[in-house]
Design a protein around this ligand. Structure first.
Ligand SMILES: Cc1ncc(COP(=O)(O)O)c(C=O)c1O
Length: 346
């Protein structure tokens, strides 16, 4: 089966990841880590602290990005402020509303604007909406799933500068490593804005969704939240070794991202030329495509016959769209050819 529906990794892990697993000393699992005796939480948070230049105490770790997002939403929507409102992008990951619902939060959406080749955030509009709604949390996703658009570090800075400081700005950067390897803005912004939380993951660029390892960075002055999200007996020690190996394999994963880019270009050129199709710019490991909705049953049948799973979107406003994970060259070719065959027959 070709799993191209959930933005997973259809490539091999790096050599270092495979070796970390092979060489893991099972005896380590017989003990909790002792790193907390030194006031730190994990070998991974120590490594990330050095890599990103953010104090270790302000580095978060979690069971995937989802865990960190859930922790932050649950904590801030139920804290002493009494404000349970979260603002999220109009077309975004369903999970944001779901975790707010879990604590009886109120979710309000702000618009994403469709342009010729992409969607975009309107920063002034977000600032205005946040000023009116006064949410406890403003959630940004950059790049956003499924629309694929994001904010530049300068745009994020401009947005943060204009927002009231009592709003927690929770920025989901699950796909950000695909945009650039330049991570210097992360410390610059979390050092500048106390209300900023940036969430990243090893599931996408580093290709380890099955590892369940996410990380994040928090502005100053959020000690209570850091205590709330901490795991006092440490983290999974096998995952820690594998995570370090992945973080040290940048070259391997950059090469995979390059292959994904070739797939992205192929979809844009070949499907973008079909009548009724629109391929959006994307910077993540997936691509969003608008298609003639009448083709849906035939596309579903043909892709299933080729053992290919892709995502047929069904949220209002974005329900004539496909989201396809960028896979290996032959997988991309197969999906592209199958869609072309159905489009040309129909
Ligand atoms: C936008 C976005 N954020 C976060 C995640 C979380 O992934 P994980 O929990 O595997 O880190 C996903 C997964 O698909 C996602 O699409």
């Amino acid at each position: 089966m070709n799993f191209l529906d959930r933005n997973e990794f259809n490539f091999a892990p790096s050599q270092a990841v495979t070796e970390a697993l092979k060489n893991f000393d099972a005896g380590k699992l017989c003990f909790y880590t002792r790193i907390y005796d030194t006031g730190r939480k994990s070998i991974v948070s120590v490594y990330l602290s050095e890599l990103y230049g953010v104090e270790e105490s302000r580095v978060l770790l979690g069971y995937g990005g989802e865990d960190i997002l859930k922790n932050a939403v649950h904590y801030y929507l139920t804290d002493a402020c009494g404000n349970r409102t979260i603002l999220i992008p109009q077309f975004s990951w369903w999970y944001y509303k779901s975790i707010a619902d879990e604590v009886d939060g109120t979710t309000i959406q702000y618009p994403l604007h469709e342009t010729e080749t992409t969607f975009r955030y309107d920063i002034d509009e977000i600032v205005r909406t946040a000023g009116q709604v006064r949410p406890r949390i403003l959630l940004l996703a950059s790049p956003n799933n499924p629309t694929g658009n994001g904010l530049t570090p300068d745009e994020l800075d401009r947005l943060l500068a204009a927002l009231p400081k009592d709003i927690i700005v929770l920025t989901d950067e699950a796909y950000a490593s695909f945009v650039t390897g330049d991570i210097s803005y992360v410390s610059r912004l979390v050092d500048k804005y106390d209300n900023l939380i940036i969430v990243r993951t090893l599931s996408k660029f580093y290709g380890l969704p099955g590892l369940r390892m996410g990380f994040g960075f928090v502005g100053r002055g959020q000690e209570k939240f850091l205590r709330y999200s901490n795991k006092y007996l440490g983290y999974n020690r096998l995952s820690e070794d594998v995570a370090l190996a992945a973080l040290q394999s940048e070259e391997h994963y950059r090469e995979v991202a390059r292959v994904m880019n070739e797939g992205r270009r192929m979809y844009a050129e070949e499907l973008g030329a079909l009548p009724g199709f629109k391929v959006y710019d994307s910077v993540a490991n997936f691509i969003l495509i608008k298609y003639p909705i009448a083709l849906k049953p035939a596309l579903q049948e043909a892709l299933a016959a080729e053992d290919c799973k892709i995502k047929f979107m069904n949220e209002p406003g974005i329900d004539t769209h496909l989201r396809i994970t960028l896979g290996r060259a032959e997988q991309n070719r197969l999906v592209c050819d199958t869609i072309k065959r159905i489009a040309q027959a129909g």
